[in-house]
Design a protein around this ligand. Structure first.
Ligand SMILES: [Zn+2]
Ligand SMILES: [Zn+2]
Length: 143
């Protein structure tokens, strides 16, 4: 988590249909682009996630938020009306990753790294100089 002098506080965003809106205050992480098979299947393309403390996230339309337990450690939240992906939550950490694509422009955020690049699909290449991790950023050094 880092301060974000260049981005609005709160950050605001919404799902495609607008049934769910969100406001995020305080520090947020730079955007991490995930190339894992779960994210690619869910999104159809590698999503970028920022992250914040749950206590700093305010939702409206939460009754439209559906959770899918994608593993024993994490669940994914999406809008049941339009299907937009909103959250990846590492359960029990008090934090939540939110899809940067939901945010209103300008976000002032920057992408900081790619993760799970060993699992990426073969239909695209990564053409930037950001850090690249073969798996999660906790377990492996950059490649
Ligand atoms: Zn929606
Ligand atoms: Zn992923």
């Amino acid at each position: 988590m880092t301060a974000r002098p260049k981005s609005p506080d709160p950050l605001t965003g919404r799902c495609l249909c607008g049934a769910i809106t969100l406001e995020i205050r305080g520090p947020v992480r730079g955007v991490v682009v995930c190339h894992c098979r779960q994210c690619i299947r869910q999104h159809g393309a590698p999503p970028g996630f920022s992250q914040a403390a749950w206590e700093n996230v305010r939702l409206t339309g939460e009754e439209n938020l559906t959770w899918y337990a994608s593993s024993a450690k994490a669940r994914r939240g999406f809008c049941r009306v339009c299907g937009s992906s909103l959250f990846w939550e590492p359960v029990g950490t008090g934090r939540v990753s939110f899809t940067a694509g939901l945010l209103d422009q300008p976000t002032g955020l920057e992408s900081v790294r790619h993760i799970f690049v060993a699992d990426k699909s073969d239909y695209y290449e990564i053409h930037d100089d950001l850090e690249k991790f073969p798996g999660t950023m906790q377990k492996a050094p950059p490649i």
